[in-house]
Design a protein around this ligand. Structure first.
Ligand SMILES: Cc1cc2nc3c(=O)[nH]c(=O)nc-3n(C[C@H](O)[C@H](O)[C@H](O)COP(=O)(O)OP(=O)(O)OC[C@H]3O[C@@H](n4cnc5c(N)ncnc54)[C@H](O)[C@@H]3O)c2cc1C
Length: 338
């Protein structure tokens, strides 16, 4: 992680005055796609870290930006994004973690589920309720590890994403200075969703890398493996499947790049394009990786072969940063409101 940060990957789209690389969303997508061809899981965590640093850089005041961002950009410290709760997943605006104002502090109570990096990271960007029900009652605060009342659940055993831990994050009378509030009270849900627009492009880019690597692995296997007296690559059915995989990968990549560009330009349709790209790319890329595994036959199911890891690692991209059903809800809402 820290070596990646030396290359500027700790705060890719964070402003340079606090240690960021100041690159665009399109640059970021290309970087995450490339890194993900190596290890999708590690790149995916890196993308969540980047999303958190961007949130602090964008919505924090000058004091907060200079206090938190430099050590996050160098990855001396690592960050986690805390939105999901045991009782609030897709319906994120129903979250219950409370932050009650007491003097110059907020006292947090509640818990977060499935937090990437949880327990091993240093900075927690937490969505919590300072007001009434619904999205307008939600605020965003930054918590540091070591804060009394902050604890963690057991490390979850997962199908993939095994290079990084996932844990519950628990708040029991956890006292946070008011100076750690990002933006204004009640702005937290909007901050969380703005972070996720970029997060969705990033996670889709990680899927592109996994699919690209899997196409190359399938291509090599078909060339090397012989059945019925000749290389599998001579079989026209398998050739056509490989051609379809490559075509679907290029289509997915173009959608992701287009959404990244729209977000960079601050276009009005950026959020819906990000949702479309996340839906399309993570579904297509999972199908590509799975087909690549199929082309490996029994070998594809063995951990000695890399393709299975791509399948396991990207399966979750259809679930997190908003499930692909939630992506459909966002796109449909946009269509029907117009
Ligand atoms: C490995 C991993 C890492 C994660 N990391 C983080 C993290 O760092 N930070 C964080 O905050 N969260 C994280 N998450 C949580 C993730 O974002 C949630 O799991 C996800 O948003 C879905 O919520 P849920 O699991 O509660 O599913 P639910 O919301 O209970 O949904 C269950 C199913 O029902 C579908 N569904 C729900 N409502 C509807 C509807 N109205 N219409 C149609 N279908 C619907 C969903 O799409 C899904 O298929 C992580 C999850 C995993 C598995």
């Amino acid at each position: 992680m820290r070596k990646a940060a030396q290359l500027g990957f700790g705060g890719i789209y964070v402003k340079p005055d606090v240690g960021g690389s100041g690159l665009s969303r399109l640059d970021t997508s290309i970087i995450f796609e490339a890194l993900s061809t190596g290890c999708t899981s590690t790149t995916a965590y890196l993308s969540i870290h980047n999303m958190c640093v961007w949130m602090i850089d964008t919505f924090g005041n000058e004091e907060q930006r200079h206090r938190f961002c430099p050590s996050l950009c160098s990855m001396e410290k690592l960050a986690s994004y805390c939105l999901t709760e045991p009782g609030s997943g897709s319906d994120a605006a129903s979250l219950l973690t409370s932050a009650k104002r007491k003097g110059n502090t907020y006292v947090l109570n509640g818990s977060k589920a499935f937090i990437s990096g949880g327990g091993d990271t240093d900075v927690y960007v937490v969505m919590c309720r300072t007001g009434g029900p619904g999205p307008k009652g939600i605020s965003c605060v930054v918590l540091e590890k070591g804060t009394p009342g902050l604890s963690f659940g057991k490390k979850e055993k997962k199908v993939g994403w095994n290079s990084q831990p996932t844990r519950a994050v628990i708040f029991e009378d956890c006292v946070v200075p008011v100076g750690n509030l990002l933006g204004a009270e009640g702005q937290g849900f909007s901050i969380a969703m703005k972070g996720l627009n970029g997060g969705r492009i990033n996670i889709a880019s990680c899927s592109l890398g996994a699919a690209h690597a899997s196409v190359l692995l399938a291509q090599e296997h078909l060339t090397v493996r012989k059945q019925f007296g000749e290389p599998l690559a001579n079989n026209q059915y398998l050739q056509f499947r490989l051609a379809e995989m490559a075509t679907r990968l290029v289509a997915a990549r173009l959608m992701v790049r287009n959404a990244a560009q729209a977000l960079q330009e601050g276009r009005e349709d950026a959020a819906v394009l990000c949702s479309m790209a996340k839906l399309f790319a993570t579904d297509e890329c999972f199908a590509i990786c799975n087909q690549a595994l199929q082309m490996h036959g029994g070998y594809g199911y063995l951990k000695d072969y890399a393709v299975q890891q791509f399948v396991r690692d990207i399966r979750v991209h259809q679930i997190l940063e908003g499930t692909n059903e939630v992506m459909r809800m966002i796109v449909a809402r946009n269509l029907l409101q117009e």
